[in-house]
Write a protein that binds this ligand. Sequence first.
Ligand SMILES: [Zn+2]
Length: 431
Amino acid sequence: MKTVIMAGGRGTRISSVASDIPKPMIKIEGRPVLEHEIESLREQGFKDIIISVSHLGNIIMDYFGDGTGVSPATGKPFGVHISYYFEKEPLGNAGALFKIRDQLTEDFLLLNADAVFDVDFRRFVQFHREKGGLVTIFTHANDHPYDSGLVFLDENQCVMKWSAKEDVRPEYYKNVVNAGLHVVSPEVLKCDIETPKIDLDRQLLKPLAGTGKLFAYDSPEYVKDMGTPDRYYQVCQDFKTGIVQQKNLRNKQKAVFLDRDGTLNRYVGFLRNIEQFELLPGAAEAVRAINNSGYLAIVVTNQPVIARGEVSIPELEQIHNKMETLLGEGGAFLDAVYYCPHHPDKGFPGERAEFKIQCSCRKPKPGMLLKAAEDFNIDLSQSWMVGDSESDILAGKAAGCRTALIGTAEYTQDKTVESLLDFADSCLTNQ
Ligand SMILES: [Zn+2]
């Protein structure tokens, strides 16, 4: 499979870090960002690379050549084959694709070099093939969803709506942000767009929303825009500590499993109404610390209100949208949310019989943690379960996790903490 890397970005906002080199050539740990990315692609068997360059592109071409030489930084072979498309006139970020479309006869990877990433591309491509769409975009939850482009998905991960930064969005939304990595069918390029510049998102992808041909592969792997000096320094730090590579799903992950009610949001008994949902003080700060630590942040919550017929699944999803929106406003995000809709006891008015079962996911059973471990390649023995009740501790122990109780009771937990923030401050180590 070919890989097209869009490396023509000008990076004006990061010019205080480096003004005379193109953004993909900014160094991290002594090597250009683009070199780290090409190395990751090569390791995964993606060796046929086309790079579109423009502003200062000769610096990129001089450094990498045709990919058969050695790295000036390490003296080791790049081990790939690279060709270039040089944009003399700015064509927008998708214009070059139309210029090279004769070379793109099969599905290809399309990557934006403005972001730093380390992703299991085989898994991404496999998802694309299973869904059978024209384009699959890589999405994730990020720490600034309020000023990022969002997508809205159906239960099959099909993109129903595309919301650019400037579009009006609902009050509460799920944190699903387009990360700038794609698997694309050449079919998409079989159209003629008359404008001289072509914007990938607005002119090619957004029109596919709602057609059933655009899917989202949502993953907690490391993809971060380094468009501002602050973000650049954060990326450098994450490279140094190994977080960038560690979060590739080829590697075993570690997670903090979070209970919801009483851990993230104020406990109100059965939470039936979205107005009752209120984050606890320090919750966003704590989740932000988990996000920065290299652990995945994954909610696992019992919601028997579904089985009881008191909250519908769309209503529950809207409550979770509020949770994600409020956390996002605090610079924090969840990598996934799992809920158990079941309850074992039958015979109440209004209940939904299909959820009145003995399931394997209702805590204290560990089903949700085991499912997450399968979905995200998690090493449960390196993970934590944090909650405020005995069922949280028992579920964590049954899954083989370390456990932390928020409160004062004794349920044989490993740690006892005052709050989620106390947990983040005292139990997380970056190793
Ligand atoms: Zn269940």
